[in-house]
Design a binder for this molecule. Structure first.
Ligand code: ZN
Length: 401
């Protein structure tokens, strides 16, 4: 990241009044809370589309050094990764956010993934810090930063919006250098967090065991490019170009080939595991069913689907989704025990389970907190209209026309 840009913004910051900054934070918080957690794309049990996002580009060089720029290294690794996927996984469509040295706004990168109903989003970057002794590869998922170092990485990557013409409008005045702004980002809940972590772990495993990179492990922080995507999403930091030997490795063709093939292999493993997990149960004989009962319902049209407890036709109803399963769960399933106002719906072969039915998002959020206390850590609020799942954004438009 360009330090002069950063310093300019720090100066500008001190001139802003505290009230202005807090009101901006409020806007960002609202923006984040109302952002759809799921585009409800044509998502099914197979991974068909991956969006590969080479960081920075054009007027934004990313991390820079005398003879190297982050934007060039990551473009090379991204294109190689995509080529491996195209070559060895021909059933997967590869889409890049850029294929040449051009500037692409962060919100547009996420929009490319959402509009193409991507199943996986992989953003590729290089790191840079003042201390040249620091090195290693790490993979981020969207989440609450637990260390200053992780916050700094997010600040550097989010600072890409300082090159955008319309950043104030696009990100609700989000200031990538203000630590307070990241409090709002930490409120973010993603339906895909555990899947994102699984992919990130596979990437780190490949980097360390197959390429011999130092493992800086899976990390979390608030990245603008990740918070807008509605599918499993990771941000890879290949290594530090501020470290001389790591920089030499990342600039070499060998290094780029190794890193790209590591990401490809991790993606392939993730795809295979995901598809295994989400494949529909095989046709069973009555005997096999009897052995496996009660986990697998005897009939596809099983009666475990609880009727909508409050079938309000013309109102938005908020529920709290706490469980997703590739198989329909029996009503006696332990995980559904003691759940109030249980409601389930099916989407692309996945069965999703919710609890409660509320007319306001606030009431649903209170119920969400209670479910989290019960151990459903990934519980989140979903909206329905006329018995159909809608995005939170649509719900907001319907309730405040
Ligand atoms: Zn970057």
């Amino acid at each position: 990241m360009n330090y002069s840009v950063q310093i300019y913004f720090q100066k500008a910051n001190t001139q802003r009044s505290l009230i202005q900054r807090w009101s901006m934070l409020f806007v960002v918080a609202l923006l984040l809370i109302s952002y759809p957690v799921d585009s409800f794309a044509q998502r099914g049990s197979k991974i068909r589309t991956v969006v590969i996002d080479p960081g920075h580009g054009g007027k934004d060089p990313g991390a820079v050094d005398k003879r190297s720029k982050e934007k060039d290294i990551v473009l090379d690794v991204a294109l190689r990764t995509g080529n491996y996927i195209k070559q060895y996984l021909p059933d997967v469509k590869v889409i890049y956010t850029r294929t040449k040295d051009e500037f692409v706004e962060l919100h547009r990168r996420a929009a490319i993934a959402n509009q193409n109903n991507a199943d996986v989003f992989i953003s590729i970057h290089c790191n840079s810090v003042r201390a040249s002794s620091v090195y290693g590869a790490e993979t981020f998922v969207m989440g609450d930063h637990r260390s200053q170092a992780n916050l700094e990485v997010a600040k550097l990557e989010n600072a890409a919006i300082l090159y955008e013409e319309n950043a104030d409008d696009e990100y609700g005045g989000f200031d990538p250098n203000s630590t307070a702004a990241y409090i709002a980002l930490s409120l973010y809940q993603s339906e895909y967090k555990s899947q994102s972590i699984q992919l990130a772990q596979k990437i780190q495993e490949q980097f360390t065991t197959r390429v011999g990179r130092k493992d800086r492990s899976v990390q979390q922080a608030g990245f603008l490019v990740l918070y807008r995507t509605t599918m499993p999403s990771v941000l890879v930091e290949l290594g530090f170009i501020s470290n001389p030997s790591e920089k030499a490795f990342l600039l070499s063709e060998e290094g780029q080939v190794y890193m790209a093939s590591a990401i490809y292999r991790a993606f392939k493993e993730f795809k295979l595991a995901y598809e295994r997990e989400n494949s529909l149960p095989p046709q069973l004989t009555d005997e096999q069913r009897a052995i496996l009962a009660p986990d697998i319902p005897a009939e596809k049209t099983s009666t475990t689907k609880t009727p909508d407890p409050k079938p309000a036709k013309d109102k938005v109803i908020y529920r709290v989704q706490f469980l997703t399963s590739p198989r329909e769960l029996a009503s006696t399933d332990q995980r559904l025990k003691g759940i109030s106002e249980l409601f389930s719906y099916e989407h692309n072969g996945l069965h999703k389970y919710t609890s409660g039915a509320f007319e306001t998002q606030q009431a649903a959020q209170r119920h969400q907190a209670a479910l989290k206390q019960q151990g459903f850590k990934d519980a989140f609020v979903v909206a329905f209209y006329q018995s159909k799942r809608i995005s939170n954004e649509e719900a907001r438009k319907l309730t405040n026309p």
